[in-house]
Design a protein around this ligand. Sequence first.
Ligand code: NI
Length: 162
Amino acid sequence: MLEIVTYGDEALTKKAEPVREFGPEIAQLAADMLDSMRRGRGIGLAGPQVGRLFRLFVTQVDDDKPRVFINPEIVLTSQDEADYEEGCLSLPGLYVGVKRPAAVKMQAWNEKGRPFTTEADGLLARVMLHEYDHLDGILFIDRLSPAKRERALGQYLRMIRM
Ligand code: NI
């Protein structure tokens, strides 16, 4: 069972390493991450959030299929942005509006080592960009203005002390 680390854990601020070898181990990690994500009622989870500093994340948005993104690269993002309330399993209970590109095209490998390209908008694009950020040690609060970040973090820290 994978434990999801929360704000303050070093793993969340580090740049993750590419996955070098595909095989049963990485496939198992992806499956375990999907389990942990569902248990936490999340719609996305990235390697660093379970203390594995690999460039890998999983998503399952609404009635979409479960998706595994390994060594993802952003090919394209839309000029137009969307503002949407985000949360994160590593900052449980905090929800804040974050501006991001409304659509994204991403290239990655799946758990079987097969390359694919995904174009998405709406909630899936949002989750893909949020999870991709985790691979570079970026949290959603880091996408806010300094004043809003400070306020959001203060709110979170007060909440977890209760
Ligand atoms: Ni997150």
